[in-house]
Design a protein around this ligand. Structure first.
Ligand code: KIV
Length: 285
């Protein structure tokens, strides 16, 4: 069954926790979809975990469309949310609608996500008015890393907590169908989850959000450049991959691979020199 805005709203009302994971390519998206996650996020985190940038700021619309289209080819059931990258929506409401449209038409996403609260309410409203579902993203918003002076927990002081509550309300009022909360103290995230009618999806926001999201390379132990406190490793796939790569290298160097099992056969009696000679003679005629 395809997950939609309606099904995730139902999950909130039934206290059925929403699971979301990032994916950036066909094969991984297919595995996550088969595992049963209700939402897949093509996050601009792809700039870091797929493209090797030190933050998300260099990610382009072309990058996002390319990866979203690959994900959409692998997914049957999950609701696909694609990030609007840095400077694809901050510049104007027009750009926000135009670029959201590209993620839907060219990337085949089901919804878009953008970072920011009250200040971006007009952008969220215009996109939803164009019939494109929007997921908000508040708290630690990585596209503002230069303003924050690093990846830091947000909403810790009373003033900051109040601003975050206002942001959450503004994003919902503007029409967002869900709100991602990143690096927010758990009590504050719980309060915001209670006052919103749309689902909250936490990442470093405690256990009381309506759902959770993680970057798949983080939870599989495949990305070691930077591991935030909120990451739990559910597997050690990075190590398993390195081991498998080493085994391939060793077997190839020693001649163990490929064995007969992985080779193709031809008639054992064939004489290739004779075959070539005959071929040449035929050509000379
Ligand atoms: O880009 C991303 O992967 C995200 C998640 C961290 C929520 O925005």
């Amino acid at each position: 069954m395809k997950n939609t805005v309606a099904t995730i709203m139902k999950q909130k009302s039934e206290h059925d926790r929403i699971t979301m994971l990032t994916a950036y390519d066909y094969s991984t998206a297919k595995l996550i979809d088969d595992a049963g996650a209700e939402m897949i996020l093509v996050g601009d985190s792809l700039g870091m975990v797929m493209l090797g940038y030190e933050d998300t700021l260099s990610v382009t619309m072309e990058d996002m469309i390319h990866h979203t289209a690959a994900v959409s080819r692998g997914v049957k059931n999950a609701m696909i949310v694609a990030d609007l990258p840095f400077m694809s929506y901050q510049t104007s409401v027009y750009d926000a609608v135009f670029n959201a449209g590209r993620l839907i038409k060219e990337g085949h996403a089901n919804a878009v996500k953008l970072e920011g609260g009250t200040k971006f309410a007009p952008h969220i409203k215009a996109i939803t008015d164009s019939s494109i579902p929007v997921v908000g993203h508040i708290g630690m918003t990585p596209q503002s890393v230069n303003m924050f002076g690093g990846f830091r927990v947000q909403g810790k002081s009373e003033q900051a907590a109040l601003e975050l509550i206002n942001d959450a309300r503004a994003v919902e009022k503007a029409g967002a169908c869900a709100v991602v909360m990143e690096c927010v103290p758990d009590k504050l995230a719980e309060y915001i989850t209670d006052i919103l009618t749309v689902p909250t999806i936490g990442i470093g926001a405690g256990n009381k959000c309506d759902g959770q999201v993680l970057v798949y390379q983080d939870m599989l132990g495949m990305y070691s450049d930077f591991t935030p406190k909120f990451v739990k490793k559910f597997g050690n796939i990075g190590e398993a991959m390195t081991e498998a790569f080493r085994a391939y290298i060793n077997e190839t160097k020693s001649g163990v691979f490929p064995s007969e099992e992985h080779s193709f056969k031809i008639n054992d009696n064939i004489d290739f020199e004779k075959l070539e000679r005959e071929c040449r003679q035929n050509a000379d005629r």
